[in-house]
Design a binder for this molecule. Sequence first.
Ligand code: ADP
Ligand code: MG
Length: 242
Amino acid sequence: MSVLEAQNIHKKFGKSDILKGVSLTIDKGEVLVLLGPSGSGKSTLLRTLNGLETIDSGEIIFNDRILELSELAWQKIRPEIGMVFQSYDLFPNLTVLDNILLGPLKVQKREKTAVASEAIALLERIGLADKAESYPRELSGGQKQRVAIIRSLVMQPQVLLFDEVTASLDPEMVREVLSVIQGLALEGMTMLIVTHEMNFARQVADRVIFMDAGQILVETNSEAFFTTEDNPRVKQFLSSLA
Ligand code: ADP
Ligand code: MG
């Protein structure tokens, strides 16, 4: 069963075609990894999938319903489609706990005591319960990014989108963030992940999509992508990283 689908999405910035008819499906419980060279349109595609970027044509389908693409409609649906970015963008003037509670309280209008205990439980799970009352500036990059993941998770999204969430981290912090994502995968969380960590991609992906210049060139299972895929652009991409 598909949770989120894009059908034939086109997007221009000015006169440049950035997405040239992109279609994809994310099934429930699936980990889909989106790879491709810098500038191929990965971030733009992710942003269109939770309404942060408008599209010129095409359809976005959530739980088999074609979404109405107005900002008002997106405001209702967006909490269901969580997104974590490369920059952690936590609010500097709020504690870790208040950063996590903001969405559930302000957007979802949930009840504070229930959400707070959920938030604490999530912080415990990632080993940061003792940081609940700390401010973002008191955390390392890896800790901030783990909090950013929790902040999305606490909204109980049906799917999570990750855009190069380890790209600005020091190597020793990359692993702690990736292992949180790996844990979510084991629990059956539905995820679309853009990453340049190829070992991680290979481990976590059920399926891989490869994008180049605004188009999906290859869509295949993870093992095939990393072992037998013979698309020349894929080979060039993988060898450029090796
Ligand atoms: P990727 O994430 O794969 O590196 P992006 O989606 O960020 O690629 O960018 C794809 C192309 O779209 C790039 O050429 C980029 O310069 C362009 N682009 C992205 N965002 C904008 C924007 N807001 N305005 C104009 N061009 C943009
Ligand atoms: Mg990007």
